[in-house]
Design a protein around this ligand. Structure first.
Ligand SMILES: [Ca+2]
Ligand SMILES: [Ca+2]
Ligand SMILES: [Ca+2]
Length: 307
């Protein structure tokens, strides 16, 4: 028992010494209290400081980002006008290039057009005959007919046909003479019709009809004192124009003249009076000899000659 008590005491003391190796119980309680208090103080203190610190850093970061963003916007705002300025500079250079190209093309075209070019007035004229009725676009204007219909008044007669026969192509069974399309001109005791848009003048020897589009139509008369046979008529014609031969002429007749010669190209008429003492010449000199634009009007004038 003694051994047992001794061992228990010693053992407990040793055990107590092992559990509480740092000395007495009083100082250990105080130290525990002191430790707990600073522990609480230290834990709560740094937590609040960290939050404030983090918030401050966040604010600084946000401020920095906004400043950087503003700086980027400011730079981009400056760079866009700079880009536009560059584009403006590039665009004129491109325009200059294209202009020079077109100028070169125009020069090439001018070089190729060495052949005689039509006059500016001839270029503005309408030579086309879209409806294929024999009247050019200009002639359709003169007679107020439909340039897209060969028979404006739908009476079965083509527009040109009516004009050459002396009818108003706009209305059925109406004459050209007396309409508002033509005037009558009296010269050398002969009447002839001409478009109201033209101007007729004479100097007593030659009558001129101004088409106002560069073409020239004239009407003259030559008298002969002696009687002549048919064989002599060719000589009379060649006195007027030595370059005309018999093969260039065809014989025809009009309403009031039995003996009429006209050139194959239809640009000149020679009318002989029944006693063959007088010769009347109606000639048309077109601005473009290859395509006379008023040939139908001219034929109408020739057909309308009345004594
Ligand atoms: Ca026509
Ligand atoms: Ca027509
Ligand atoms: Ca008709």
């Amino acid at each position: 028992m003694i051994l047992k008590n001794y061992m228990q005491n010693n053992f407990m003391q040793g055990f107590k010494k092992q559990i509480q190796p740092q000395g007495s119980a009083v100082p250990s309680e105080e130290s525990q209290k002191i430790h707990i208090m600073p522990g609480k103080f230290q834990l709560s203190g740094p937590k609040k400081g960290n939050k404030l610190f983090l918030i401050l850093i966040l604010l600084l970061v946000i401020l920095f980002i906004t400043l950087v963003g503003l700086a980027v916007l400011y730079k981009s705002a400056w760079s866009q006008p700079a880009g536009i300025v560059n584009n403006v500079n590039i665009a004129p250079i491109e325009n200059i290039n294209t202009n020079t190209d077109t100028n070169i093309d125009a020069n090439v075209n001018l070089d190729t057009s060495d052949s005689p070019s039509p006059s500016p007035s001839a270029e503005a004229l309408d030579f086309s005959d879209l409806d294929n009725d024999g009247l050019t676009g200009e002639e359709e204007k003169i007679f107020s007919t439909n340039a897209n219909s060969p028979d404006t008044d739908s009476d079965g007669y083509r527009d040109e046909e009516e004009i050459l026969l002396g009818y108003d192509p706009r209305w059925k069974d109406k004459n050209l003479e007396g309409s508002d399309l033509v005037n009558v001109y009296n010269f050398l005791d002969v009447d002839l019709l001409y478009p109201v848009s033209w101007q007729a003048t004479d100097n007593g020897l030659i009558a001129s009809f101004d088409t106002k589009k560069s073409d020239v139509i004239t009407f003259t008369q030559t008298s002969f004192e002696q009687n002549m046979d048919r064989a002599d008529l060719m000589n009379v014609i060649q006195i007027d124009d030595p370059m005309i031969f018999e093969s260039d002429l065809e014989e025809t007749k009009t309403k009031n003249y039995e003996t009429v010669y006209k050139t194959n190209n239809g640009l000149k008429y020679y009318f002989f009076s029944n006693d063959l003492r007088k010769m009347l010449i109606l000639s048309y000199e077109p601005a473009d000899i290859q395509s006379p634009i008023y040939l139908s009007v001219f034929q109408m004038m020739a057909n309308s000659l009345t004594l």
